[in-house]
Every structure is written in C-alpha cells, then in structure tokens.
Design a protein around this ligand. Structure first.
Ligand SMILES: [Zn+2]
Length: 279
C-alpha cells in the first residue's frame, strides 16, 4: 500500500524543458530519451589546475555511472534499467550541439563559471541536454561543474569524501547531473538524487527507489544488451547519436532542435522549506 511518503516524485525532461517549480513535473511536451541502450560520455581533459584532478574526476564519474546502471527496476526479478552510460576516451569538445559538426557528450570543469542567464552563480553544476524536436531523441549532453579554482573563486568548494566541514559532495553532484544526462528532470522527493538542491554536507550519491522508478520508466529493462558506444568511435557528426549499432540513417528533415538546461542549485547557508507535490 502506498503511503504519502511513497508518492511518485520523479519527473522526466520533456521537449518543454522548463521546470519552473522543481516540485512539479514539466507540463506538456514529449519526454526526451536516448534512442539506444547506451550513450558515451567523455571527460574534457582541460581540467584547470587547482580544481579536481582528472583521474579523480574519471573515477568518480565512472562510479556514478555504475550506481545508476545498478538501480533496481523490479526487486523480485532483480532487473535493471535497459540503458548504460559509458565513459570513453577524453575529448576536448565544445559545449553544446552543432548542426553538422563534431559533437560529443562531455563532463567538464570550466576554468571560469560563465556569467549568463543559464549559469546561475550559485549553481553547483549545469547539464545542457540537446534533443531532436521531431522525435525527442537526445542528441548530446554536456555537464559543467562549477568547481572553485584559481580563476573561479566564487565556485563551489567540493569535497570527495565529506571529510571537511561546509563542503559540497562532488559524488552527489555527479550522480545528479548524470540523471539529467539520461533524461530525468527534478524530483519532488527530498531524499532523491534528483532533488533540485544540494546543501553543504548533503550526501545523495546512490539512486533511491524514486530515482530508480524514474530511470526504469525511461528505459525499461531489456533482456539483451546489444549496445556498444565504441562502434561509432569517439565522436559523431551532425544528427548522429553517441551510440548506434547500425549505420546512422538520413538526417535531413530534422532541422529543429532545442536545448534543455538543468542546473543543480547549491545552497551554502540558507535553509529551504520543502513542499510536496499534491496528489
Ligand atoms: Zn538538476
């Protein structure tokens, strides 16, 4: 029997990507998803000195991928989502998606957090999701981490192990952004990885039942795994996708596309009163 605490909290990102109230799922639009059973991510090796070592970022990103892939869809059958993120070779690719250009999904640490309408000053991270407007296939995702560094003094002081006081957990943030990469929006469940806020000393690294239900709804369990992102090499052109087991089809007629920008707000000192979605 479902009690109030077990109400659904997860949401999917849709082609109407705005989620003005993180406690309410995006209204309307088609839910976006990767069209195949896997997708490749690359680390941008241009990590600024004095931030996070590249090898540490690699290890933590891979671990966050594993946690999502290990989410359980059906406890009785022990099934998992029919999708995997895979970390391929490092690639210094531009952020965003460029029609007809070389595209790759990346995780990067910019030397300076850009000041524009999309990069909230207090954001711990930002994920840009690009999808095809005709069928809502995800085409590209780019994660940026707002890490404090010599040229980014107002960035977030991340910690790797929550050992220090007043630190934001990098593994929690990576898990959250990888949820966006896979097509999840913010959850109304405060314990979920996809909760929209990360406070200092919060630790939500492992997908909860709510997160798992969300990912399993996007990618139901499949019996066979035929996806190998390496088949398409380390990058792809134009309208291709990161993982494709067969030659890419014609790409004409898919001219329109849109960006979804999904941030993780970082609260340093404020307290937030949680509200729940009614019903
Ligand atoms: Zn977020």
């Amino acid at each position: 029997m479902l009690g109030p605490s077990e109400a659904l909290g997860w949401c999917r990102t849709t082609t109407m990507p705005e989620q003005p109230d993180p406690l309410v799922c995006p209204a309307g639009g088609s839910p976006v998803a990767w069209p195949y059973g896997c997708a490749a991510l690359h680390l941008d090796p241009r990590v600024p000195s004095g931030t996070i070592p590249l090898e540490t970022l690699r290890q933590l990103t891979g671990a966050a991928m594993e946690r999502w892939a290990s989410a359980v869809c059906d406890p009785l059958r022990g099934t998992h989502p029919g999708f995997r993120l895979q970390l391929l070779g490092d690639l210094a690719a531009p952020l965003g998606y460029f029609e007809g250009g070389v595209n790759a999904s990346t995780v990067s640490i910019p030397s300076r957090w850009v000041r524009d309408a999309f990069h909230a000053p207090d954001a711990a991270a930002l994920t840009v999701v690009t999808f095809a407007s005709d069928n809502a296939d995800i085409l590209d995702t780019d994660v940026e981490l707002n890490v404090r560094g010599p040229d980014n003094p107002r960035g977030v002081s991340f910690t790797l192990d929550l050992a220090g006081p007043n630190r934001t957990d990098l593994q929690t943030t990576l898990s959250h952004e990888l949820g966006h990469v896979q097509g999840l929006a913010h959850s109304a469940e405060e314990s979920a990885v996809m909760w929209s806020l990360v406070r200092q000393n919060d630790q939500r690294r492992t997908p909860t039942e709510d997160d798992a239900r969300g990912l399993c709804a996007v990618y139901p369990p499949t019996g066979v795994s035929t996806c190998d992102p390496g088949l398409r090499g380390l990058s792809f052109h134009g309208k291709g996708v990161g993982c494709h087991a067969a030659p890419a089809g014609p790409v004409s007629g898919r001219g329109a596309w849109a960006l979804a920008l999904l941030g993780l707000a970082c609260l340093r000192a404020r307290r937030v009163r949680a509200r729940r979605v009614s019903g």
